[in-house]
Design a binder for this molecule. Sequence first.
Ligand SMILES: C[S@@+](CC[C@H](N)C(=O)[O-])C[C@H]1O[C@@H](n2cnc3c(N)ncnc32)[C@H](O)[C@@H]1O
Length: 501
Amino acid sequence: MNTSAPRRGGAADPARLLAWEVLRAVDERGAYANLMLPALLNRRRLSPRDRGFATELTYGSLRAQGTLDGVLGTVTSRPVDTVDPPVRDALRLGTYQLLSTRVPARAAVASTVELVRATCGERPVRFANAVLRRVAARVEETAGDVAVLLSAPDVSVDPVGHLSVVSAHPRWIVEVVLEALDGDVAGAQAALAANDERPGVHLVARPGRIGADELVAQAAAAGLQAHRGACSPYAVHLDGGDPGALTAVVAGDAAVQDEGSQLMALALAAVPMVGRSSGLTVDLCAGPGGKAALLAAVLATEQSPGAGLLPGGGPPAGAAESLPGGGAAAGARLLALEPRAARAGLVAASLAGFPAAHVVRADGRVPPVRPGTADRVLVDVPCSGLGALRRRPEARWRRTPADIAVLAPLQRQLLVSALDLVRPGGVVAYVTCSPHREETSEVVSAVVGQRADVVTLDARRSPIFADLPADSLGSGPFVQLWPHLHGTDAMFLALLRRRSD
Ligand SMILES: C[S@@+](CC[C@H](N)C(=O)[O-])C[C@H]1O[C@@H](n2cnc3c(N)ncnc32)[C@H](O)[C@@H]1O
């Protein structure tokens, strides 16, 4: 990556220049802002204030891109997508400052014009100046009310159109969220607003390796504010700072992992087994290995005398009577599959220190495992990631419905493969980081509808979700988590058992 600041003429403010560079990389090369911004911030010497401002400008402008283009469209005579992209990105940054920050209008316009001059030369300067002055006037007239500025339809007439404007999401994503929330408009508004919140850093204290309280204490000793998570017994939230500074993270005893992801792996591990256990757990889509490592840690812990899945010891309620021997089978092992070499490498790194876990580079649709042999299979399928939009500021404008049309058939094939792998009495956890029904319940229904040998369990009744309000988990039998309700990514879980009768 070339990290020196581009220069054509004049001097741009360093925070704005850095934000513009990230926007260009996202636009031009499909870069991920959440990877590129920290890398650039590490290389440039910016004051803490400028670092904060650059971050707000970058993430805010990317999230609001549709709104910003809409506002620009009200003041330009030509379509915004015909404006030279480097100039357009600068105009987006300027419009964001005018709409959503406390930067005085005059300073927002002047600094953006300087940015255009420094990065694009003299030619577009007059155009940029005229456009931004008009935006500033429109923002003043409407007191910055986006609904008024963009003539949002009334929520009672066109809820999707209204939410699309006020939450700065494309219409199709609003439809997806509204449908997943059974038409609850207020809920959808809260869910979409949560995509604008910066997610906190969640750590998992891997059971058998480090306790959650110990991890909190370690963070405090390193000068980081941390506290226990509300959903997963192994979760610790960091209020800021670098998780890589913790020795537990360096040693692989703890790792960064969303609490919702933790719950998905734990819910699979907590399902009581029926019939004779083989001891084999398979993670069919393992990369980069977060859930695989938690499963491996749980399996290892269950084999230790006196240890169990839940803090406080013992297998989950109701499990003991149906688990042969009252716990995981002796010799329990985990097989993690991942087809992409680089990601398989990440899985291997994540599983280092778990001798009963193995990584194989393979396609989950043709797994190198005898059918009908696994106790448990996790199939955390490749998905649109619409459940993690708060982590990827640009993703809401980059994803399209066409992506779903490609993903859904693969998801169905992977679920079929997972069901074929489990033995009678064994269980599959079908997981997505998306609330889109075409990736969640519709995939499960399509596959289960074709099979008489599969029973859908009520995932909401897993002891893993016992501390969450029952009515927050969806109408069942699946579990749908949400950032605005649980503070997690919007993870979906179906638990499916292969009949043993
Ligand atoms: C949602 S991610 C899994 C996340 C992982 N479970 C974790 O917690 O770290 C989906 C993974 O499936 C992999 N994948 C894509 N196509 C696959 C296939 N045909 N078979 C198995 N895995 C596949 C992707 O490379 C990606 O690493």
